[in-house]
Structures are given as structure tokens and as C-alpha cells.
Design a protein around this ligand. Structure first.
Ligand code: 26V
Length: 811
């Protein structure tokens, strides 16, 4: 029988013992922290099981349309503490573990986080499924169970990035339930033949078995547990016995390897798509399996389901272009597998899908070579061709001119533009922050928004306050609850507004400051333990964490830092006048991204030189903890005083780190980009350090022919900083090490780092002046927390429900 929640700590300890005995077969005396982690996870899973089953049953029988969130990435972070929180078992766990003779931290540390995402897009998907469950919306997350997640980053002696495979499944993984009995068959290749009756039939060349691995997605205090279904590729042929008998071992397992490669590894590139067959195979693999799975779930046992009702059962959200092959796939399923005519299939398909765009970089929009689609998915290419014909006819009928029709082609004959297919083939397109959505309409998808204005919407991103405030920052959570007199803010984050008056209450401000200080001490200890760093918690903690990309401009931060270093070295600024600062970077670079990797090397070497220089000791320190991931984020964000969001205006679609920092009481230095604009609007211009060019100014510079050398010549501090990078200061005297980076800055500088340098360096002065008045600083920090409630992913989901999905919660 399933245990009834809540239980006492002693009962929970018994449940852990029972798992140790009957699942793992070890005694408490023999058990390691990793054993206890598995046992506790299985125990908490049992507490969620009833709610999981009821949620699923009600979803199928109920009248509330479900959401299928199709995403190639879910960057979940560790599961145990989140599951305990949502099962109401946090305290029982703490005590039970103690009773069993284990250290709480050792047990938590035994969990290897599933890094099944690159960055913002994957973490957003994880926040969204948390919010869907917490609000009580029936939902599935559908994705891929990569055997290797995002690489583990290390640094070599020279400070260069090394990538190591992240085999997160080496140890027992208690959360995923491998459900072989709900497998789907996914096929590839072959040819299309015409049947006697004129219908088409796809004769694929090979197939793989998609096996679902199910994860519980428990809502916070909602009583709902949704499902994250991640597909794992398995071969149908275990191995070729005939070949095997001839002792050709490697050949014998070849088909197996080919099939299982599909879910082997997460692509670590997060902006420049490569036209690689394996990536298209991954996309089609999880999307085809998911569509068939939804039909199985919502029409149980029916051979001839009435798929015209499909859009009333589920709405599929396409997380970027990665799952867009789902549009021709649903067409194919309806026409070829269920015998519907084209128009019926099209009507169902366009009602079923919606598309979220997450980028503004034109090179990040996926375009697949038609030859590749033709080879791998020949029937889909035919369908795409026909969609193109219908689309062009529709545009002609709407009176769109020939030049525009040419620009809007989904299928050019050589290539398929997935963003265009998604826009035409779905009901809504949305950007992820107001500025981003405007730029989509005005620039990236202008022709489409001119032709189909009603399709376009905005939903500003959000983050889950459960993981990023309650779990990551228990001290602040307690203080908020004390300040508001309730903990209801965790499901209604706008309630944080109630903290605003407390910004004028010196007692509260001091408590708030004490929370930040304690978090900084915690982080210093963590950094010592994990990295061997000696951070001084009595300095300002100034953080820049995100993927390493030119547009995000880690270069701007490092150049300003070098300039500051040079000021102190040269005596231009007396060390006594410097507000002591600890700069913390976290960033992974795509393995093939040359300039990004060189920037990592530069940061590491600046850190080495600065941290070993007695002239700046205690004044300026730089640390670069390797392998930034969700776990590190949860430790670092609550300890940060100043957050950097300094992308070139018009390039960062939204950003979500910015929201996490503001909610944890950091101040932001940032440009008018992505969601920074909305954060600043809400927290108040006086509580946000704004600098830099606007989107219009950036455009004007491009139009006039941008010349970075002009800035190098006109700002002596910028010149000094760049010269120090060239002259070998950070490369043991070698002048070649960073030459390509310097050459790029001086001759290209596509993201205008140099043009924004002077303004950026200047605002750092303002920042230090404010930091010298702790009460004022913390008042502003409190106002950031109080006014960031809007950035809850619960609010984002409410907006999707209203503007895009037109559905609601089961309650
Ligand atoms: C693109 C690609 C291209 C092909 C190879 C694999 C791959 C994997 C991921 C991506 C997505 C890049 C887009 C992305 O991550 N966008 C970020 O989305 C965040 C959530 O909306 C947003 O906050 C960030 O501003 C945006 O950069």
C-alpha cells in the first residue's frame, strides 16, 4: 500500500530503510550516502504516486485540454529536494537522514544533476513544467533522454576549456521510470510509393524503438503530478547473430549502435545549428514518438480515433524550431496512417501547434537542406512541398506581391526554413520578452506579421520561485514570509509587492543585509570546498553567469576589469579608494566556438594575474568556477550583490538569469535588452544600473559602418586594457596568444563591445559609490525583490493559457 503523506520523520526513516532493504538489498550499516539518496528518492516517489495516477486519469477523462510541451531540452537540475518540497517532506527527510546516521549534505550531493539542456531555453522548459503542475494544468513535457548531457567543463593549465562527457546515468537513477510497454516505433529513410487508389505510402528503410522514460513533475501544493516523458532510442535488432557467429563483433552491433546513437548525446552548440543528419534524426525521433503517444493516451484502445477532436485534447507548444518537423508529421499521421484528407489534416494541425521563438540571431534559425530531409524523411519533404504550394496560393490570394512571396518561402527548393514552417503551420507565434516580440514582428518575421498579424503574441519568460527562491535561498524565503506574514507568495509571487514598504524599515533592511551576508559566507565556503577558491565575503560579489557568446559580451566585462586593474597598478586610482570587489564568472563555450573559448582562456589568465598581484590584493579578485550548471546557480545567485546583463541591445531574446538575480536581491547592471527592459520598468529606473546603446543606436551604427578602432583610439583606458591583452600581460609575455581576439575587437567587433565600453566603465563608478552606502544599496535590493514577482513562471504560464493555449487548470 502506498504510504500516506504526510508522515513523521521516524516513519519516513522506516520507509528509507525499507527501500534500502527491499530495493537495494543493503543494510543501513552498509549503506553509503549514494544508497540513501536512491532509497530516499524512491521513498518520496511513492508519496507522489497516487497523485500522479489521479492526475493522469483525470487528464484523459477530463474536459480540460492538455498542454504538450515539445522541447529538445529540459535542464531540470537536481530532483530530490524539489520532490521533497512538493511532497511536503522536507523536514521529515532532514531528521530521518540524521536518524539513519548520515549527513544531509552528503545525501543531497550524491545526486548527479541531469544536464539535458544547454542554457536558457532548456532551463525555461524545466521552469514551465514546474509551473504547469503547480497551477494544475494537465501537461506533458516531451523530450529526449540523452545518455550524455551538456559536457562537464574543466580548465587546463593554460586556462583553456576542456570538455568531458557527462555520463549522468552511471549510477542508479531513481527518478526515471522506463516504460517498455508504452514504446513507439519511429522510422527513417526509404522511399514513397503510390498506392493503387492514388494515396501515398512511405516505405521506410529503418526503424528504432522509442522507449519512454517517465519523470514525475510534482506541483507545489497543487496535489497534481504531471509527467515529463523523455524518449530513449533502442534498437529492434539486439545484434546480428549471423555476423556475430563469424566473430565480427563490431559489425554485429552496428545496427544497434546506429539506433541508440540517436539519444546518445545532447548537442552542445546553442546558437549556430549545424545541418547534421543526427540532429534531424533526434528531432524527428522525439516528435514522432510524442505525437503517437498523445494519440495513444487520449484515444485509449481506439483503432479509428476521431482525430478531428485532437486539438480539443492537447495543444503542442514548439520550444524553438527544434520540434517543428512535428507539423508535417501530424499531417502524415492523419493522412497516411488514419486516412484523413489534406484539408481536414491541415485544419487539425494548424489548430494543434504553436511556436515560441527564442532568438534574434538570424544564424540561429534552423534551415535544413532539402536533400537531407528527402533522404531521412522523404514523405515529409513531399508534404512540405505541398504546404509550400498551398502557402503560395494563399499569399497570392491575399494580394501579397511576388517579391515578398519569394522572401517568405518555407521551402526554397534547396532548403526548408523551420521558423517559417512553424509560423505558417501553427496558430500563434510568440517571442519571450516584449522587446523580443516586437523585434520578431518588425524584423525577423516581418513579412509574416504583416500578412498574419493576429498570429503574433508576446509571453515574457519567468522562473520558478520554488527552485530559485525557496530551495536556493531558504534564508531570504524565511525573511519574506516573516515580512509578509504568510508563505502564500510562493504560489502568488506578485505578493512580494508587500515588501516594498519594508525597504524604508531600517530593521528589516538590516535583516535583509544579514541574509545576503550569510549567503555570501555560505558561497565562500562552497567555493573553497568545491574549487579551492578563497573568496572574501566582505567584498562585493559581482557575478556574470551565462553561456559564453560574443553577443552576451563577457569581453566587455573583462576589458573593464582589466582597465580597473591597470588604474590601480599605475596609481591613477589609489588602492584605498577602491571598493573591494570579487568578480565571479561562469560560462561554457560551445566546443567548436573559437573566439568564445579564447575568451574563457583570457578570463582565467586575468584571474591568475590579478589574484597573484600584491598591488591589488583584497581590492580586486577574479574567480571562474568551472562547469557552471543548475547546482552552481542555486548556490551563487543568492550570494550575488551585482549581476551583469550586458548583451548588445537587440540580441538577448529575454534572459532568465536576470530574473533569478533580481528575485534574490541582486542589483543589475544592464543594457536595454531582452527582459532587462521589463525588469527595469518594474523595479524602477533608480534601482537599476542602465548603460549602453539602445536598439536604434545599434542599428544606426551598423547603417553608418561601425568602426571599432575609433573607440580604441578615443578612450585611453580602453586602449590600455586592449594593449595589455596584446602585450602578453596575461600570457606570460606571449604576444600571439590572444591576437585573434584582439584583431576581432579592433577590426570587426560585431556586437559593439568597444562602443559601449566608456559608458560601461563609467557606471561602475556609480555602482561603487552606492555600494559604499550599504543601507541604500540594500533598500534598492529589497525593491528589486518586491517588484520582480511578475517574473514568476506561473505568470508566464497564465499568459500562455490566456493568449496561446486557451485552456486552464483542472481544478
Ligand atoms: C539552438 C540550437 C541550434 C542548433 C544546435 C542546438 C541548439 C540548441 C539550442 C538552441 C537554442 C538557442 C536559443 C536559446 O537558448 N535562446 C535563449 O532562450 C532563453 C529562454 O527563452 C532566453 O532567455 C535567452 O535570451 C535566449 O538566448
Amino acid at each position: 500500500t502506498a504510504p500516506k503523506s504526510p508522515v513523521t520523520a521516524a516513519q519516513f526513516a522506516d520507509e528509507i530503510r525499507e527501500q534500502l532493504t527491499y530495493h537495494q538489498g543493503v543494510t543501513v550499516a552498509q549503506a553509503t550516502p549514494a544508497d540513501v539518496y536512491v532509497a530516499a528518492s524512491l521513498a518520496v516517489r511513492r508519496h507522489l504516486m497516487d497523485a500522479w495516477m489521479t492526475t493522469q486519469a483525470e487528464m484523459v477523462n477530463g474536459h480540460t485540454k492538455a498542454v504538450g510541451y515539445l522541447s529538445a531540452e529540459f535542464l531540470m537540475g537536481k530532483q530530490l529536494r524539489n520532490a521533497l518540497l512538493n511532497a511536503g517532506l522536507t523536514e521529515q527527510f532532514d531528521e530521518a537522514v540524521k536518524e539513519l546516521g548520515f549527513d544531509y549534505q552528503d545525501v543531497i550531493d550524491a545526486e548527479h544533476e541531469p544536464g539535458l539542456g544547454n542554457g536558457g531555453l532548456g532551463r525555461l522548459a524545466a521552469c514551465f513544467i514546474d509551473s504547469l503542475a503547480s497551477i494544475g494544468v494537465p501537461a506533458f513535457g516531451y523530450g529526449i533522454q540523452y545518455q550524455y548531457g551538456i559536457f562537464e567543463q574543466e580548465f587546463d593549465e593554460q586556462g583553456r576549456q576542456i570538455e568531458r562527457p557527462d555520463y549522468w546515468l552511471t549510477n542508479d537513477e531513481p527518478w526515471g521510470h522506463v516504460d517498455y510497454n508504452r514504446s513507439q516505433k519511429v522510422s527513417f529513410g526509404g522511399t514513397v510509393v503510390e498506392n493503387a487508389d492514388g494515396t501515398k505510402a512511405w516505405k521506410p528503410a529503418w526503424s528504432v524503438r522509442a522507449v519512454p522514460v517517465d519523470y514525475m513533475v510534482p506541483g507545489y501544493k497543487s496535489g497534481r503530478v504531471n509527467t515529463l516523458r523523455l524518449w530513449r532510442a533502442k534498437s529492434y535488432d539486439e545484434f546480428d547473430l549471423l555476423t556475430f557467429n563469424k566473430s565480427e563483433y563490431l559489425d554485429a552491433v552496428k545496427p544497434q549502435v546506429k539506433a541508440e546513437n540517436i539519444s546518445k548525446i545532447l548537442y552542445p552548440e546553442d546558437s549556430t545549428p549545424e545541418g547534421k543528419a543526427l540532429r534531424l534524426e533526434q528531432q524527428y525521433f522525439f516528435v514522432s514518438a510524442s505525437i503517437h503517444d498523445a494519440i495513444r493516451v487520449f484515444y485509449p484502445g481506439q483503432d479509428k480515433p476521431d482525430l478531428t477532436t485532437f486539438p480539443d485534447k492537447i495543444t503542442f507548444q514548439l520550444n524553438d524550431t527544434h520540434p517543428v518537423i512535428g507539423i508535417p508529421e501530424l499531417m502524415r499521421v492523419m493522412i497516411d496512417e488514419y486516412g484523413y484528407d489534406w484539408d481536414t489534416a491541415w485544419s487539425v494541425t494548424t489548430k494543434t501547434f504553436n511556436y515560441t521563438c527564442h532568438t534574434l540571431l538570424p544564424e540561429a534559425l534552423e534551415v535544413w537542406p532539402a536533400s537531407l530531409i528527402g533522404e531521412l524523411l522523404p514523405r515529409h519533404l513531399e508534404i512540405i512541398e505541398r504546404i509550400e504550394r498551398q502557402f503560395e496560393a494563399e499569399l497570392v490570394a491575399k494580394g501579397v506581391d511576388a517579391a515578398q512571396i519569394e522572401r517568405m518561402k518555407i521551402y526554397t527548393g534547396d532548403a526548408v526554413r523551420m521558423a517559417y514552417l512553424a509560423t505558417y503551420g501553427g496558430s500563434h507565434v510568440n517571442g519571450v520578452a516584449e522587446l523580443h516580440s516586437e523585434l520578431l514582428k518588425d524584423v525577423t518575421l516581418k513579412d509574416f506579421s504583416d500578412t498574419y498579424p493576429d498570429k503574433f503574441a508576446n509571453v515574457t519568460n519567468g522562473v520558478t520561485p520554488r527552485r530559485f527562491v525557496k530551495l536556493a535561498n531558504p534564508r531570504l524565503s524565511d525573511l519574506i514570509t516573516e515580512g509578509l506574514g504568510t508563505d502564500k507568495w510562493l504560489t502568488d509571487l506578485e505578493m512580494l509587492k508587500g515588501l516594498a514598504p519594508l525597504a524604508n524599515d531600517d530593521e528589516f533592511v538590516k535583516k535583509f543585509a544579514a541574509v545576503k551576508q550569510a549567503n555570501k559566507v555560505d558561497f565562500a565556503n562552497y567555493a573553497k570546498r568545491e574549487y579551492g577558491f578563497d573568496l572574501d565575503p566582505n567584498t562585493m560579489f559581482n557575478t556574470m553567469v551565462k553561456r559564453l557568446h560574443e553577443y552576451k559580451r563577457q569581453s566587455l566585462k573583462i576589458l573593464a576589469l582589466i582597465a580597473r586593474y591597470a588604474d590601480i597598478k599605475s596609481g591613477k586610482v589609489s588602492a584605498d579608494d577602491v571598493m573591494p570587489r570579487t568578480v565571479i564568472f561562469g560560462a561554457k563555450a560551445a566546443p567548436g566556438y573559437y573566439l568564445a573559448k579564447m575568451t574563457i582562456q583570457l578570463i582565467n589568465n586575468v584571474a591568475r594575474v590579478v589574484n597573484n598581484d600584491p598591488d591589488v590584493k583584497g581590492k580586486l579578485n577574479v574567480y571562474f568556477p568551472w562547469n557552471y550548471n543548475v547546482r552552481l546557480a542555486q548556490h551563487l545567485i543568492p550570494a550575488t550583490d551585482l549581476d551583469e546583463q550586458i548583451s548588445q541591445a537587440g540580441k538577448e531574446a529575454s534572459g532568465t538569469g536576470n530574473m533569478k538575480f533580481a528575485l534574490n536581491g541582486a542589483l543589475t547592471v544592464g543594457t536595454l535588452d531582452g527582459a532587462n527592459v521589463e525588469i527595469r520598468e518594474r523595479v524602477g529606473a533608480e534601482n537599476f544600473f542602465l548603460f549602453g546603446m539602445t536598439v536604434d543606436e545599434v542599428e544606426a551604427q551598423y547603417a553608418n559602418g561601425y568602426n571599432p578602432a575609433r573607440y580604441y583610439e578615443s578612450d585611453p583606458r580602453l586602449k590600455a586594457a586592449i594593449d595589455m591583452v596584446s602585450d602578453g600581460t596575461f600570457s606570460d609575455g606571449d604576444r600571439n596568444t590572444y591576437a585573434p581576439l584582439v584583431a576581432d575587437w579592433l577590426t570587426k567587433d560585431w556586437f559593439m563591445t568597444l562602443a559601449d565600453f566608456t559608458a560601461y566603465a563609467a557606471i561602475q563608478g556609480e555602482i561603487e559609490a552606492l555600494y559604499a552606502q550599504p543601507l541604500e544599496w540594500h533598500r534598492k535590493a529589497i525593491l528589486n525583490v518586491a517588484n520582480s514577482g511578475y517574473f514568476s513562471s506561473d505568470r508566464s504560464i497564465e499568459d500562455y493559457l490566456e493568449r496561446i493555449w486557451h485552456t486552464g487548470s483542472m481544478a
